[in-house]
Every structure is written in structure tokens, then in C-alpha cells.
Design a protein around this ligand. Structure first.
Ligand code: T4K
Length: 360
């Protein structure tokens, strides 16, 4: 009997390296409140990514929440329906209304040509997602935002260690939000971060994550608790040393999948620039929902669980109504499947997954 295969598994540094990093925390008893390990992780990540600064937070969802707050957004925020529920939920959670626009058929990212029709006097921002790490058409989105005086927050949950025009994609827009969840390319178990080129915004996000305290512990803003602990930061520091290796490994496995599936006439892959992708997911688009369900059944019979990232299409959820029908997003969401992709996945397992797909 083969062991079950899940859509992903965390990439983890050797346990001894993690434990070593925790020795100082054990000695000092400092476990949280913007401690030395978290500040070191902020510096090391910013340097690794080529960003001037990075603010570590408790998770990627609160990175978006604090960004909405830091920019004082209200009213309507234009976003994509082809994303994880967190993106749209946090807009509503912050008492704004998500307005969905359709995606491009090849990149599965927000279609910039559909944005202007969705802008109203109530629109305050655009919140696109770099889905599966492929950068959106940022040049076009920024031009539209500038023309209409809108803010831009990028949900870059998937897009750590991705460049756009040779520079970190996280340096784009007013703020970019990353996730360091256990299932991501780089993880701190739970965690996330905000990147902005505006030092004032970074300072505000830092205050918002810490109850509104400034550096002198004066209450200067209406904040909450979104701090990253030392225990999480240590895991990040340990894992960061392996990030290049993890990315290269996943890239190799991604191509093994493509080699085995490209001849199957019913499988399509995401369109992206290979220099601007981090290979954290293995999304495949089947030619019909019926075929996708057959693939799912074949895999389930072998104890292999892929994920329908992202289904359902968020504009179809009742609590976001009224929203119009968005044919490209709905069609992609009905036929997409993310196949298993992670460090310890071996070639034989990829072969088994591909066989199930081809047999559908
Ligand atoms: N924006 C976008 C576009 C996102 O995709 C996400 C999160 C966010 C924002 C929000 O970021 P965070 O607030 O989460 O930092 C997972 C993740 O929980 C979620 O972070 C991620 N996107 C989403 C795409 O995937 P689920 O519900 O599929 O996770 P779960 O727990 O079912 O895990 C999937 C598989 O991973 C399991 O079958 C086994 C494996 N796994 C999972 C965990 C948690 C492990 O091996 N170890 C683990 O610790 O959402």
C-alpha cells in the first residue's frame, strides 16, 4: 500500500538548526513583542528579496487587513474572484465591499482591461492577486490606479522570491502582502509580511500590529495584535537558508509534471514568464469540469489528494452578492486542480499522479 500523498507538505530546515536559533530566546525569556529574532528575520528577508524593508506579521490575512487600515481605505475595493477566500473576506471584514472583475484566460490573474468598467465614485483601491506566484500585469494596473487616484495592495501571498522586470515583485504598488503559512514556499508555520517603499506606511503597519504603540510605547494609533513571535521567526530564519534549494527543487518537479502531461490534449498549464515564477504550486486546467472530477476520482482511489485551488469562484458566493457573472473566472475555477508539489515528493509519486491524470 502506497502512503497517502497530499497537495503539499511544509519545507523544513533540519530540526537542530531551528533548535539552535531558539537557544537565545530560551536564555533571555523573550518570546514575542518584536523581539531580536523577528527583527533579524525582517532584515534578512528584506536583504534576500531586495526590498528596502519588510514588516513581519502573524499571517498573510492580517497583512492585508493592516494594509487596508494603514491606507485608510473605505467603500469599494476591486479584486479578483479567482483567489483564496481570505482575499475577499478581509475586504468585507474591514467593512469595505469587494467588487470582482474577471481574469485573463492564460495567466488567471485579474484582467486589467476589465478594471475601469468596475470603478465607481466609491472605489478606493485595487487589490489584485499574483496567483500561484505569476505577477499580474502590474504596469497596466499601476497606470489605471494612477489615472483614477486609487491605491493598490497586491495580495502576494504566493509570490515570495519572485521578480518583476528584474526586481522583487513585492516592491510594486502601495503595499504588497505575503504569506509564510506552512503550505507556502517559505514558511514560519503561521506568518506573513507587508512590504512598502513608503517608510511612513511601514512605520504605520508596525504600530498597527502592536496595539497602536509607537517605539516609545506611546499609544498613537488604533492598533491590534498581529505580531510574529520569536518561535515563528526562528523557524523563518532556519528555513530561509534553504529557500534557494527549495525553489530549485520545486522547479525541477514542476517540469517533470509538464513533461508527463503535455501530450495529454486535455491539460493546460498556467502561462507565465519562467524568470518570474517560484513554482510553489502545480496548477493544471482540465478541458471540462467532468474531466476534472474524473481526475479527482482517479487520484482519490490512490489516496492522492490534490486541491481545487480556487473553487468556488468567489463572485458566486451569496455573502458577496450582488456581483455579476464572470465567465472566465467561473470556467477556470470549475476546471482547475492543484496537483501535489513539495520538497519530499519523489519522482515515482509524480509518475503515479500523472498516470491518474492521463487515465481520465
Ligand atoms: N491570499 C491568498 C491568495 C492565499 O492563497 C492565502 C492563503 C492568503 C491570502 C492568506 O494567507 P494566510 O493568512 O493563510 O497566511 C491553505 C492555507 O491554509 C492557506 O494559507 C493558503 N492560502 C491556501 C491556498 O491553502 P487549505 O485550507 O487548503 O489548507 P490545509 O490545511 O487543508 O492544507 C493543505 C494541505 O497541506 C493538507 O492536505 C496537508 C498539508 N499541510 C497543511 C498544514 C496546515 C501540512 O502538511 N502541514 C500543515 O501544517 O488552505
Amino acid at each position: 500500500m502506497n502512503k497517502p500523498i497530499f497537495v503539499t507538505q511544509p519545507s523544513l530546515a533540519p530540526l537542530e538548526e531551528y533548535a539552535k536559533l531558539l537557544e537565545d530566546a530560551w536564555a533571555s525569556g523573550i518570546l514575542t513583542h518584536n523581539g531580536p529574532l523577528m527583527r533579524r528575520l525582517e532584515r534578512e528577508l528584506a536583504a534576500y528579496l531586495g526590498c528596502p524593508d519588510l514588516v513581519c506579521l502573524a499571517n498573510g490575512t492580517c497583512a492585508m487587513q493592516l494594509s487596508i487600515r494603514a491606507l485608510d481605505l473605505t467603500g469599494e475595493i476591486i479584486t479578483t474572484p479567482f483567489t483564496f477566500i481570505a482575499t475577499a473576506n478581509i475586504i468585507s471584514w474591514e467593512r469595505c465591499r469587494p467588487v470582482f472583475v474577471d481574469i485573463e484566460a492564460g495567466s488567471w490573474n485579474m484582467d486589467p482591461e476589465k478594471i475601469e468598467a468596475a470603478i465607481t465614485p466609491r472605489t478606493s483601491a485595487i487589490l489584485p492577486v499574483h496567483v500561484f506566484s505569476a505577477p499580474c500585469n502590474i504596469d497596466r494596473i499601476q497606470a489605471i490606479a494612477k489615472h483614477h487616484a486609487l491605491k493598490v495592495i497586491y495580495d502576494a501571498a504566493h509570490a515570495l522570491a519572485v521578480n518583476y522586470h528584474g526586481k522583487s515583485v513585492l516592491n510594486c504598488g502601495d503595499i504588497s502582502c505575503v504569506s509564510f503559512h506552512a503550505t507556502k514556499l517559505f514558511n514560519t508555520a503561521e506568518g506573513g509580511g507587508c512590504v512598502s517603499l513608503d517608510p511612513g506606511l511601514n512605520a504605520r503597519v508596525r504600530r498597527l500590529r502592536f496595539f497602536g504603540f509607537d517605539e516609545n510605547k506611546e499609544i498613537v494609533d488604533e492598533g491590534m495584535n498581529a505580531k510574529m513571535t520569536e518561535v515563528h521567526a526562528a523557524l523563518g530564519l532556519a528555513n530561509l537558508r534553504y529557500l534557494d534549494q527549495v525553489r530549485a527543487n520545486r522547479r525541477r518537479k514542476y517540469h517533470q509534471y509538464v513533461e508527463q502531461l503535455k501530450e495529454a490534449g486535455f491539460v493546460k498549464f498556467q502561462q507565465f514568464n519562467p524568470e518570474e515564477y517560484n513554482y510553489s504550486y502545480m496548477p493544471v486546467l482540465l478541458d471540462s469540469e467532468a474531466r476534472m472530477l474524473r481526475v479527482l476520482g482517479n487520484l482519490a482511489a490512490k489516496q492522492i489528494t490534490p486541491r481545487r485551488y480556487f473553487h468556488p469562484c468567489l463572485n458566486t458566493l451569496k455573502h458577496f452578492a450582488p456581483n455579476c457573472s464572470l465567465p472566465v473566472s467561473e470556467s477556470v475555477a470549475a476546471r482547475i486542480l492543484c496537483l501535489p508539489l513539495y520538497d519530499s515528493l519523489v519522482e515515482d509519486e509524480i509518475d503515479r499522479v500523472c498516470k491518474c491524470v492521463r487515465n481520465a
